[in-house]
Structure formats: C-alpha cells, structure tokens
Ligand binder design. Structure first.
Ligand code: UD1
Ligand code: CA
Length: 484
C-alpha cells in the first residue's frame, strides 16, 4: 500500500512541475478611483498595482504572463515591464485587449489563443497587488497539475463576493452575490478571484460559458460547475490573510493596502535588526538595503535603490532616493537626497562617517568622500567632494571637484552656468574658501590657497596664495549723512 502511495505521489510531483503561465485581468475601468489614470497604474509603494502582480509572476518563475487590457490599454501596456530592475530573470510578457468588457470569463477567453496546452494557468487580477508568491505556490501545489484550485477566504462580511458553495466538503459552485439565494448569501467563504488549473481544462470550459445570469456577463466562476460535471476535483485553498486578496477599488482601499505593505516591510527590517523609531512612520518605495545597526527616525521616505551601511543613522523627515550611504555616516533631520538611477553617474554616494544636514540637499551626481560634512542649506549637484571636505552653511556646489580637507565658506557658490553651458570648478586640496564668494566657472583654485571672503573669482588662483577679489575697503572720516 505504501509503495502505491509513494508511486502516486511521485506521479503527482512530476505533473506538478508543469510550466506556469499567468493570466492577469486588468481591463476594468476602476470608476471609484475617480481618476484619469487607469486604476491598475495607480502606485503602491512607488510601483503600479499591475506591476506588483507582474513582479509576483517573476517569483513564480512563470513561463508566460498574459495581461488582459481594456480601459486605458495604450497607457497600461506602455507602463508595465516584464523584468523588475532587481531580477535577472524575465519571461514572455504579452498583452491582449478585451473590448468590450463582458465579464471575467470573457476576459480570460481573450488569452486563450496565447496559452499553450501543457501549462498550469494561474488567474490573477491587476488590482490585487499584495498576494504573496508563497501563497500562489501553495495554490499551484493544491492544483497538483490536474485539479481546479481556488484561493478562498472567510469574510465576516462577504457582501459583493462570489460564495463558495459546498456539498459536504466538496466544492460544487461559485455563486455571485447578485445570483445568490438566501442560503447562499449566508455563506462566508468567498472566492478571492484567484485560481490555478491546467490550461487544457481552462480552454475547454471557457468554450462552454454563457451569460445567462443576472448581470448577463460571462462569469469565469461558472467553470466550477463544468469541473464538477466533468469529474475534475475542485480544491479550495483557504487562507487567513485578507491583505493578500484585497483589491483596490477606491483611494481609501489604496491607502489601506499601502499601509499594510509598509508595515509588513517595516517588520521585516526590524527583524533584520534595523531600529525604526516608529514602524508606522516609514515609507519605502523601492529597495532599502540595511547593514547592521542602522537606525531610522520617524517620517523618512526611501525611493529607488537605497543602501545604508553599518551604523548609519537617518534623522527624522528625510527623503532619500537612489543613494549609497557608507558605514558610520549620519544624515540629520530634513535632508533631501535625490540620486538618479543606479549604475548611472547620477546615483549618489555618501562616504563613511560623513555628516549631512540638517536641511541639506544632495542632487543627482553628488559623490561625498569619507568624513565630508555638508551642513544646513547647502546644495550639492554633480560634484565630488574628497575626504574631509566641509561645506557647513548656506552654500552651493554645482559641477565641482573638491579636494581633501577643503573648507568651503558660508554663502559661497559656484557660478557654473553661463546661461547656455555648464562649466566645472576645481578646488584643489586644502583650499580655504571664505564666506560669500562667487567662483565663476570654469576655474581652478590652486592647492592650499585661500580666497578672501566676499570675493568674486573669475581667474584661476595660484597654489598657496591668498586671493582677494573685491572692492578694497575705504573709510571716509567725518562723513556727514544727508539731512532733511
Ligand atoms: C469577481 C468574481 C467573484 C470574486 C471577486 C473577487 C467573477 C464573475 N466573479 O467578482 O466571484 O469574489 O472577483 O474580487 O469572476 N475584468 C476584466 N474584464 C471584464 C471584467 C473584469 O478584465 O470584463 C477584471 C477587472 O478589471 C478586475 C478583475 O477582472 O481586475 C475582477 O473584476 P471585478 O469586476 O472586480 O470582479 P467581480 O465580477 O466583481
Ligand atoms: Ca470586484
């Protein structure tokens, strides 16, 4: 007996390894969003809702993903990519259009010509962004290469959803809210909108759909009856986590899922040892990598790829995008760091033990060496500052190369733009630039030199010298002010 069981399990394991093809329904309008933007392109954690779903398919190692578009199809198709930036694997991403939209069954019918017969099809919705790949793996395992597997959940208030109708334990049908009788309306187990089944069965059953129901729609959920009629077991994989099957229909629901997503991420970070002053006041819209002993104060926003080295401290109310911050650096409150894409010159680097802020602004291409200090109301753009350089107050460094230990005075600026072209400023090591200087680029300040406060410097300065370029101070004795 045991051997027979094992043999059966081995066969099951073989069939379960069928390729996975994903169909994502995304043709619906999303009227309640009250927005010109198609619903599935609204952002959650900085990514389109539909992109979340497509990215989940990556985690399933899907062979093919077919997205059904309709409302805003051009915009949706242009915005979605097959391969997330952080993944080496892509898949075949295709779009098919559904017009008019005659129901979920009609939607999936549009994908049929693209679906191969040997796969397991997972049906998802473009507006249900937070289903975890592990849950779908479990659903695929329940399908076991041969059954119709439905993802279900118990809702205390099941209103609006399709009910799972059972006889004993066996699933007999999904009945939509509008078609349900009193007894069926009392059922709390609902269909999540997510299923997995062999492509062959799906195709055969879709061909048998009609729209003889209250809404005159082609219901995908009708295929359950065909499975029962054909003797194909219907398995319900019931989960408890409502967030994973929650759809976005309104701005309120979008905000709820955003908070759920952020809280989940905050808990993960804290499990890694990151100290968050308040997990409810963190927003990560991209990838945040943290080495040990990072601490993050309240209300910080991280966008794109941000890497924080060991012991980095981020003060309250910072916005940081596309930046690597090396070990021991401290970013003080209200600092805005806006790097460009990783792998480009615009990505920002902050060196070990650097100090930035409060109220500092680092723009694309800022590269700060170790122990650099950037203080309040200092703006740095497309500039490199070598180890130990300091610009502590009210200054602008644009298109500059700044040497080791340079001290850049309060109120000084690089005049890098002549109205048509940008020019570079080179400040060699150990230069001291006084307060309120204008460095008119292109210009080089020689090593170890000093520029007197208030100078407007238009020519290169020699190393080691004091350069003063301003009106000489005169005093007129016994000066009489005009009187009325
Ligand atoms: C559907 C299920 C219901 C389930 C619920 C879960 C059917 C008939 N009913 O409800 O049992 O409890 O999901 O949320 O399937 N879409 C298209 N084209 C269409 C219609 C819909 O692409 O013609 C897309 C929508 O954009 C959406 C998804 O399909 O992404 C689900 O559509 P929705 O109208 O929300 O589902 P219901 O029919 O209400
Ligand atoms: Ca719905």
């Amino acid at each position: 007996m045991r051997n027979v069981l094992e043999a059966a399990q081995a066969v099951n394991a073989a069939t379960a390894a069928k390729p996975v093809d994903v169909v994502i329904m995304a043709a619906g309008k999303g009227t309640r969003m009250k927005s010109k933007l198609p619903k599935v392109l609204h952002l959650l954690a900085g990514r389109a809702l539909l992109q979340h779903v497509v990215d989940t398919a990556t985690a399933l190692s899907a062979r093919q993903v077919v997205v059904i578009t309709g409302h805003g199809a051009d915009e949706v198709e242009a915005a979605i990519v097959a391969q997330p930036a952080d993944s080496a694997t892509g898949f075949d991403l295709e779009f098919v259009r559904q017009a008019p939209q005659l129901g979920t069954g009609h939607a999936v019918q549009q994908a049929v010509p693209l679906l191969r017969d040997d796969g397991i099809v997972v049906v998802l919705s473009g507006d249900v962004p937070l289903t975890q790949a592990a849950t779908l793996q479990d659903l695929i395992a329940a399908c076991d290469g041969q059954y119709l597997a439905l993802l279900t959940i118990d809702f205390a208030d099941p209103k609006g959803y399709g009910r799972i109708v059972r006889e004993g334990d066996a699933v007999q049908a999904i009945v939509e809210q509008k078609d349900a009788n009193e007894a069926q309306l009392a059922i709390t187990e609902i269909y999540s909108g997510i299923m997995a089944l062999p492509a062959k069965h799906l195709k055969a059953w879709l061909a048998r759909l009609d729209n003889q129901n209250v809404q005159n729609e082609f219901y995908l959920t009708e295929i359950v009856k065909f499975a029962v009629a054909d003797g194909v077991p219907v398995v319900a994989h019931k989960i408890k986590d409502a967030v994973q099957v929650a759809g976005v229909n309104s701005p309120v629901q979008l905000a709820e899922l955003e908070r759920a997503f952020q809280m989940r991420l905050a808990l993960q970070l804290m499990e890694q040892g990151v100290r968050l002053a308040d997990p409810a006041r963190l927003d990560v819209r991209g990838q945040l990598q943290c080495a040990p002993d990072v601490s993050i104060d309240v209300n910080c926003v991280f966008e794109g790829q941000v890497n924080l080295g060991e012991g980095v401290k981020i003060g309250a109310n910072c916005v940081i995008a596309n930046t690597t911050i090396a070990a021991g650096a401290v970013i003080y409150a209200f600092t805005h760091i806006e790097g460009g894409q990783p792998g480009t010159k615009d990505f920002i680097e902050v060196g070990a033990d650097a100090r930035v802020g409060p109220f500092a602004r680092l723009r694309p291409g800022a590269k700060l060496g170790a122990e650099v200090h950037i203080g309040n109301f200092v703006e740095v753009k497309n500039s490199t500052l070598a180890q130990g350089a300091k610009a502590n107050h009210l200054a602008y460094l644009g298109d500059a190369t700044v040497g080791e230990r340079v001290n850049y005075g309060a109120g000084s600026i690089t005049a890098n733009y002549d109205g048509a072209f940008k020019h570079r400023t080179v400040i060699e090591p150990d230069v001291h630039v006084g307060s309120n200087c204008v460095l008119v680029a292109p210009i080089t300040l020689g090593a170890g030199g000093t520029v007197g406060g208030g100078s407007t410097v238009t020519k290169d300065t020699p190393a080691g010298a004091l350069t003063v370029a301003r009106g000489k101070q005169v005093s007129i004795a016994n000066w009489k002010r005009p009187a009325k």
